[in-house]
Design a protein around this ligand. Structure first.
Ligand code: IDP
Ligand code: MG
Length: 140
């Protein structure tokens, strides 16, 4: 996958709270192109696998439960410098630390229920995108 792509999920709290459209609009207004997008709900197995890097952390069980608690929107986004620019757009993990104007500052409930995921590297963006989408679901 090209290095100008990142992967995102709008997390269950964002959908529950009616923020889906506003968050997608912020993403588009920030210059990201949507290359793939779907509404889905993670199984426990999928959430455990997606977050397996955090398996030893105390919040892992809570994270898996939360991420499977309702539907999510998964998407592959394209832009120059996509991974870093998207992390800037979403803001810090904890909304209390997130900069003004960021998605998490506006829409996250807490450090755990924080509205949106963004890949942390080009390598993980490719792995995470392929985890959720087959080649035929991604536009060129
Ligand atoms: P990130 O999403 O900003 O990259 P990570 O440290 O990779 O943050 O953590 C992954 C996800 O795990 C966070 O987005 C959040 O939903 C959850 N999480 C992280 N730290 C905590 C915590 O201290 N308590 C509860 N949930 C947490
Ligand atoms: Mg992370």
């Amino acid at each position: 996958m090209a290095t100008n792509r990142t992967f995102t999920m709008l997390k269950p709290d964002a959908l529950e709270n009616g923020h889906t459209g506003k968050i997608i609009d912020m993403i588009i207004q920030a210059g990201f192109q949507i290359k793939a997008m779907k509404l889905t709900q993670l199984t426990t197995e999928q959430a455990q696998k997606f977050y397996e890097v955090h398996a030893e952390r105390p919040f892992y069980g809570e994270l898996v439960e939360y991420m499977t608690s309702g539907p999510i929107v998964a998407a592959i986004l394209e832009k120059d410098n996509a991974v870093a620019d998207f992390r800037t757009l979403i803001g810090a993990t904890d909304p209390a630390d997130a900069a003004e104007g960021t998605i998490r500052r506006y829409y996250a409930e807490s450090k755990g229920r924080n509205a949106v995921h963004g890949s942390d590297s080009d390598e993980n963006a490719a792995i995470e995108g392929e985890f959720h989408f087959s080649a035929s679901e991604i536009v060129g």
